[in-house]
Design a protein around this ligand. Sequence first.
Ligand code: IMP
Length: 180
Amino acid sequence: MEHLRVHDKEFTPYLSEKEIQARISEMAAQINRDYEGKKPVFIAILNGAFIFAADLFKNIRIEAEISFIKLASYKGVKSTGKVITAIGLDVDLHGREVVIVEDIVDTGKTLHQFLPQLEHNHPASLRIAALLHKPDAMVHPIRIDYLGFTIPNKFVIGYGLDYDGLGRNIREIYQLVEKP
Ligand code: IMP
């Protein structure tokens, strides 16, 4: 693998396709064990998680459902901060075993705002599967139940993750080269 240029930035290989796939199959094996006989519903968050969700789900051997949502943030009428809403949630989560599938937990802000809204649907359980996590960027601590890789606080692309729209189709994960 060689350096890659996307828009104005340079990226260097960080995780190979083989490493990613091996880790995902381990994560799926754990989920298969934990949810045996429970028929969980996976909720994958678009856009970033679409490739991870597909590969994870292909390795799920138990009965399971999957649905995809998009999170939209808008300025609340009263609150000063942004409010996040889910678009496209077409499954009744009441009483269900729910697994959120996210590409990367960075500051934790997205899930910190979104999880309480999901709790309102009274799922039987709510767990998070994330491929990547940057603990050094964490502002809102989130418990990640199934984690692929802990990575340094550097911008990454590939495997569903983009830099300004590009890079999602790269099969590996690349890290930004920070110029001094
Ligand atoms: P958080 O709310 O800061 O945890 O951010 C989560 C979202 O930010 C992820 O779902 C990604 O879409 C995006 N994101 C965070 N870090 C990166 C990165 O290094 N590369 C690409 N997207 C990222």
